[in-house]
Ligand binder design. Structure first.
Ligand code: NAD
Length: 502
């Protein structure tokens, strides 16, 4: 399918990129110097392009460019001016909405309808944090000594952000916007498998007035490019979005350099359905929770806990309904679920389904899948307990493990019986039950009679193997700033009781 390679090049041109994947350092597109990285089209299964890993030297240049630009951004621009530029960035993102969405669909294998929503959300993120830029201030604290004591919220300096392949441009906006609003400079390393829309986003932002070098994008591999940036002296904090295994390695590297980290990791979220729920809504919600994005979502409802009285009925509704979902080319307007985003993940998801079958699961999969591409059929597993591998390990594919429960206490106990703490949901018509379960389940985000709603204005994050720290909302402003406490002798304070000045 040579036309897909041609499409890639024409989208790259429309978005101001070169003819190959290049890092963006100090406002310049730059070739890497390391090993070759191949971008494969997960639908057509052809090589789209290949490029050289950015490497440590260019990563260091990026950190230095960000440090220089950040000083000017924090001291040379008023907060209101920073907000104005971010509003301009939001508008510019919307002006480039379609090519950005198509580039994401082509490379990440995500349905174009989902990509359009995610690009719109990026504009919304810049608008939201633009509003915060001139509303961030410290406090006056009534200390007992009589000093005037006040706090300033200061930017950290340069932050290094590492993002995964499942929602590249969305995650880039999610992290870059709050960092900029709070006066920081950014170095960001998207997944080596999906780097282009992050580079394109920052090019668009620069064309809208963002100073060059303030945000730098490294196209390359974690152990080389990523590690070099974590260790660079200019970097003051690391924000990692990805798997628990890599997150742990990144946090250790950051800690060795005495740098803090935010970790946004995986999940094994419980979607709990009681017998009194509206079953049609719950079935549709459960399908969206696990099948949208082909299950490649950190908050996916991958464990479906169902009251035993409706377990058979609900799982039948989901298994039957999944045959009506449109699977196909991510660039096709009608496609609701695309392929798995890359070959490595496809092998992992397929292996987990086979292992579940070997462990005695009843496996119900959608009857057909497209001929071409890394497609895994939407699948419901039953007959396994909550301690099974399928219920404990993140599959990150369109595979849900259905588990019956007897009562509210058991549902909560099962929900909390994993190493994760990212998200969850409950479906019931009993308001009291809904709030009790929402309070008792360990999760950073929890939905009642709903699933997957998130917004830039609301905090997002997890605990345990799902990570720590918060992205989005006003909580992200705290992650990207540090307080400084200033003490002024008001003249009424007690005299210093030690030391002499002659
Ligand atoms: P991953 O951990 O393999 O990679 C994530 C990023 O880390 C990539 O950019 C990768 O290049 C980089 N990396 C790898 N090794 C590194 C190293 N040694 N040093 C520095 N960087 C390194 O994850 P993935 O497969 O790309 O994404 C899937 C995972 O992401 C899933 O576990 C999913 O749950 C998680 N995720 C979490 C959230 C969230 O907000 N909680 C959102 C999306 C995805």
């Amino acid at each position: 399918m040579p036309e897909r390679k041609t499409l890639l090049l024409s989208l790259m041109q429309d978005l101001g990129l070169g003819q190959t994947v290049q890092s963006l350092v100090g406002g310049q597109l730059r070739d890497g110097a390391g090993d070759a990285v191949v971008l494969e089209d997960p639908y057509a299964l052809i090589e789209l392009t290949r490029y050289a890993d950015c490497g440590a030297a260019l990563a260091a240049e990026a950190c230095e460019a960000a440090a220089a630009a950040q000083k000017e951004w924090a001291a040379g621009y008023s907060a209101a001016h920073r907000g104005d530029i971010m509003q301009d960035v939001a508008r510019a993102v919307l002006d480039h909405h379609e090519p950005l969405a198509r580039l994401e669909a082509l490379v990440a294998g995500k349905p174009i309808r989902d990509c359009r929503v995610e690009v719109s959300k990026v504009a919304e993120m810049f608008r939201y944090y633009a509003g915060w830029a001139d509303k961030l201030h410290g406090e006056v604290i009534p200390v007992p000594s009589g000093h005037l004591n006040y706090t300033l919220r200061e930017p950290l300096g340069v932050v290094f952000q590492i993002t995964p392949w499942n929602a590249p441009v969305f995650t880039a906006g999610w992290q870059i916007a709050p960092a900029l609003a709070t006066g920081n400079g950014v170095v960001i390393k998207p997944s080596e498998l999906t780097p282009l829309t992050t580079v394109a986003l920052v090019r668009i932002a620069e064309s809208a007035g963002l100073p060059e070098g303030l945000v730098n994008v490294l196209c390359g591999l974690g152990p080389t490019t990523g590690q070099a940036a974590i260790e660079h002296d200019a970097v003051r904090k690391v924000i990692f979005v990805g798997s628990p295994e890599t997150g742990s390695r990144v946090a250790v590297s950051a800690a060795q350099a005495l740098k803090p980290a935010v970790l946004e990791l995986g999940g094994k979220s419980a979607n709990i359905v009681f017998g009194d729920a509206n079953l049609k809504h719950a079935a549709l919600g459960a399908q969206a929770a696990i099948f949208s994005g082909a299950g490649q979502s950190c908050v996916a409802g991958s464990r479906l806990l169902v009251h035993h009285s409706v377990h058979a009925e609900l799982t039948d509704m989901i298994a039957t309904g999944m045959n009506a979902i449109n699977l196909g080319d991510p660039l096709d307007e009608a496609t609701e679920i695309g392929p798995i985003s890359n070959g490595r993940q496809f092998a992992h998801v397929s292996g987990m389904i086979n292992a579940a079958r070997d462990a005695g699961a009843q496996v119900r999969s959608r009857e057909t899948t497209p001929d071409s591409g890394y497609f895994v059929p939407p699948t419901v597993l039953s007959g396994l307990g909550n301690r099974s591998a399928a219920a404990q390990h993140e599959i990150f594919g369109p595979v849900v493990t259905a588990i019956p429960f007897a009562d509210e206490d058991e549902a909560i106990a099962i929900a909390n019986d994993t190493a994760f703490g990212l998200a969850g949901a409950v479906w019931t018509s009993d308001v009291g039950c809904a709030h009790r379960v929402a309070a008792a389940v360990r999760a950073g985000t929890f939905w009642i009679n709903s699933y997957k709603a998130i917004h830039v204005s609301s905090p997002f994050g997890g605990s345990l193997n799902s990570g720590f720290g918060r992205s989005s909302g006003s909580d992200a402003l705290m992650e990207y700033t540090s307080p400084k406490s200033v003490w002024l002798d008001s003249g009424k304070t007690p005299k210093i009781a030690f030391g002499y000045v002659s």
